[in-house]
Design a protein around this ligand. Structure first.
Ligand SMILES: Nc1nc2c(ncn2[C@@H]2O[C@H](COP(=O)(O)OP(=O)(O)OP(=O)(O)O)[C@@H](O)[C@H]2O)c(=O)[nH]1
Ligand SMILES: [Mg+2]
Ligand SMILES: [Zn+2]
Length: 382
């Protein structure tokens, strides 16, 4: 692999942070700020990580010129002698729960510089981040650095990227056979995100106890023919749970899908004792109640980690342009080469290999409709 180019950036510091505070004041302030959801950046005693007893006025930041997602790969050069490695289990605003290598958990605030380095404060620290943090005592700490993120699951939100979770190696798309009804277009959008991020995806159809098996064959068959693993589960009968457990073991998976499909219920069943909150789907609207409010990383006792995430209604794709959508419908690939026009959008052109394949039943018309809808949505945005 090519060696990453690094360049150093000097960042000026505010002088006014040399004021000292007593340790017990510090703890109290963190308690207060915790309640207010603020940070502890101005605490002089936590700024000292150079070991020199004085503040260094310039801090070196190493950034990778090859970073895949811009600002997020900027690495702060901190004095790691005073720091510990940790994994962010959950993050709310500027407060996070961080677990160290020994399994101890700390409530951490975020160093202001870490926040400054993120283009969007919302993404400064996210669940799954690997961080360096300082311990203040056996309960509280401060995140000094967020290590470069490997693979993330993001979505667009008001034309900005919203990173849902970081450092994943598998996306489990959870749908329910009924209550709420299965939404193939959402599966396809999530598959695009997975393909774009080069993260393997698995489709889990839950609540199979609610409907007749025959009704599911078409959709399950469709995705498995394309090449995606499809698992049918029920937390009521226990069907498929062992199989799901097998796929989660030793990996870092994220469960994503609509609210009410049973993501948290599945995790409670896969690992009894997790005690994740779940709630009934509203009968009237066939919608979940958004019971899980934030992404949470959970260590699995049979190896690996899993993220439970809040339900999504619709996925606005992030960093995807209409021209590349065809490439993420992996079964279109062999037919794209047969289109008469090299820039064929497979929508209105004549001599289109993809449309011909749909007509001949080689590409499912449901998938083609999904493609059409996604490309068409881009036209609305533009
Ligand atoms: N019939 C049936 N109901 C299920 C199954 N799995 C979960 N449920 C029910 O579905 C409802 C929603 O489950 P949750 O686990 O809260 O769903 P969720 O996907 O975590 O929802 P959010 O946290 O809102 O995103 C609960 O009432 C569960 O008891 C299943 O396999 N079969
Ligand atoms: Mg949930
Ligand atoms: Zn075409």
């Amino acid at each position: 692999m090519a060696k990453k180019k690094k360049h150093k950036v000097r960042v000026a510091f505010n002088k006014n942070r040399s004021k000292r505070r007593r340790q017990n004041d510090l703890t109290r302030q963190i308690d207060d700020e915790h309640v207010r959801g603020e940070h502890t950046d101005d605490l002089a005693s936590t700024e000292r990580f150079s070991g020199k007893g004085e503040l260094t006025r310039n801090r070196t930041i190493i950034s990778s010129a090859e970073s895949s997602n811009g600002d997020d790969n900027v690495v702060l050069d901190v004095d790691d002698a005073n720091c510990f490695n940790g994994r962010v289990l959950s993050a709310t605003g500027l407060n996070s729960i961080v677990q160290d290598d020994e399994g101890n958990r700390y409530e951490c605030t975020v160093r202001r510089l870490v926040r400054t380095m993120a283009r969007d404060a919302r993404n400064a620290v996210v669940a799954g981040d690997s961080v360096l943090f300082q311990r203040l005592d056996d309960q509280y700490g401060v995140i000094e650095r967020v290590n470069p993120r490997e693979r993330v699951l993001s979505r667009g939100s008001q034309r900005r990227e919203h990173i849902i979770v970081a450092n994943i190696d598998q996306i489990v798309i959870v749908m329910s056979a009924a209550e709420p009804r299965l939404k193939p277009n959402l599966i396809d959008r999530l598959l695009i995100s997975a393909e774009k991020g080069e993260v393997p995806a698995l489709i889990c159809i839950n609540k199979v106890d609610l409907i007749d098996r025959g009704e599911l064959q078409t959709i399950a068959g469709l995705y498995s023919r394309i090449g995606y693993q499809v698992i049918m589960t029920s937390t009521m009968t226990g069907e498929g749970i062992e199989y799901l457990r097998m796929h989660l073991a030793g990996r870092e998976s994220v469960l994503t899908g609509q609210s009410g499909v049973g993501k948290s219920s599945l995790l409670n069943t896969v690992q009894p004792g997790l005690g994740l909150a779940t709630a009934n789907v509203s009968r009237a609207h066939e919608k979940g109640r958004h019971t899980t409010r934030r992404a949470q990383l959970l260590p699995l006792n049979f190896g690996g980690w899993v993220f439970d995430t809040p339900g999504i209604r619709q996925l606005e794709l992030w960093d995807v342009i209409p021209e590349e959508v065809e490439g993420f419908f992996i079964e279109f690939r062999p037919f794209v080469a047969k289109c008469k026009f090299p820039d064929c959008s497979h929508i209105h052109e004549t001599g289109c290999g993809v449309k011909l394949a749909v007509a001949n039943g080689l590409i499912s018309s449901a998938r083609y409709e999904s493609y059409y809808k996604i490309v068409d949505d881009f036209a609305d945005i533009r």
